[in-house]
Design a protein around this ligand. Structure first.
Ligand code: SF4
Length: 364
């Protein structure tokens, strides 16, 4: 090794040392300053990531053992009144083939899912005005009364506090609403002027206040994102203390203004999963579809970085390809609910097992 190489190796060791020190601090204090988060995210490297994943796995196993919770995802409408710049089903995409499941079709998905072993149904959709409070509440209460041992999760975007209250009363247990990015300026570069970070966060606080188990999250590697933005996201997670955090890499969609933007990376997404597991040890952390889309073993690597949930697709096969939020989104293979066996063997291969239960968050 030349002298120059030696210096580089010593410096690399020093910086890994500092990063692992920050990881230890995070594990002990479950809190870092904005500067420390930024330094940790900016200074990460392969060795530090391996150290982090080991800590994250240990934490996850302490609370959840080797169980992987499954959720049956029902994408029930791809109509949306919004125009988020990154989204393939934004209202101004004329090429999106629109569909809306009927209440009976939604219930049929649940029935099928129940037989397969799902005990949580996630109703996800664009912000579709057809689903008024009363229509959605009827669907929720039908599911709730028919499958009493199941949890109902909604992921239907921004609504009024009153609307959230009505849906909760109808039997919804959980609500997923990614905050996308905490920083107001960054938020405004990803969304149309009609949407704001402030309103998004208002929804999350209302949901929490109303007693929902709340899931939030953000895209990793979204356009214009900086390590400081991610530091702010981590500070927001600490403050909100949600029951679930969904993160996935940004993946461009060809019919959006961000078509030519580079995708977020598997590497950074995994690193952030590990950090979130240490920040909120008992949180539910999905290895998302987007993670499985950017790498064939993305989901497994997500689990090995501290994740403990997967959400296979329960939507009717003929509409799955129409819910294209980003290019090449997975909806077949082990991403499809019917292929639970395949998913099961993939999880077994890395030492984990699928659990048939509601899978409530321990972060209550
Ligand atoms: S991200 Fe959600 S709210 Fe925004 S356009 Fe897509 S479906 Fe609609």
């Amino acid at each position: 090794m030349s002298a120059g190489h030696l210096d580089a190796a010593v410096n690399a060791d020093k910086s890994t040392g500092r990063i692992t020190e920050l990881i230890d601090q995070l594990e002990d204090r479950r809190s870092l300053t904005r500067e420390e988060w930024t330094e940790l995210i900016r200074g990460r490297n392969k060795q530090a990531a391996e150290y982090l994943f080991e800590r994250a796995r240990e934490t996850r196993i302490r609370h959840y053992g080797h169980d992987v919770y499954i959720r049956g995802l029902i994408e029930f409408t791809n109509y949306c009144r919004n125009d988020c710049l990154y989204c393939g089903i934004r209202k101004s995409n004329p090429n999106a083939e629109r569909y809306r499941l009927t209440p009976d079709e939604i219930l049929a998905c649940c029935e099928h899912g129940y037989e397969l072993g799902f005990r949580t149904f996630v109703l996800q959709g664009g912000e579709d005005g057809w689903f008024t409070d009363s229509r959605l509440a009827d669907i929720v209460s039908s599911i709730h009364s028919r499958w009493q041992d199941c949890a109902v999760t909604l992921s239907v975007g921004e609504r009024s506090r009153e609307s959230y209250r009505i849906l909760k009363e109808a039997g919804a247990d959980r609500f997923l609403l990614r905050h996308e990015t905490y920083d107001h300026e960054h938020y405004s570069r990803l969304h149309p002027p009609s949407l704001s970070a402030q309103e998004r966060q208002r929804c999350l606080w209302d949901l929490k206040d109303l007693g929902y188990q709340v899931g939030t999250g953000f895209m990793v590697g979204s356009p214009f994102q900086t390590p400081e933005n991610l530091a702010d996201d981590m500070l927001f997670l600490e403050k909100l203390d949600p029951q679930m955090v969904g993160i996935g890499p940004f993946i461009p969609h060809h019919d959006t203004p961000f078509a030519d933007q580079p995708a977020g990376t598997l590497e950074l997404t995994l690193f952030l999963l590990g950090l979130i597991r240490l920040l909120l040890p008992k949180v539910l952390l999905p290895a998302t579809t987007a993670l499985g889309t950017i790498a064939p073993d993305g989901r497994e690597r997500g689990i090995l970085a501290g994740a403990n949930v997967v959400m296979p697709n329960l939507s009717p096969a003929q509409v799955r390809e129409k819910y294209l939020l980003y290019d090449n989104k997975l909806c077949t293979g082990s991403e499809a609910a019917e292929s639970l066996k395949d998913l099961e063997s993939r999880m077994q291969a890395i030492g984990y097992r699928i659990a048939v239960c509601r899978g409530d968050s321990l972060n209550m």
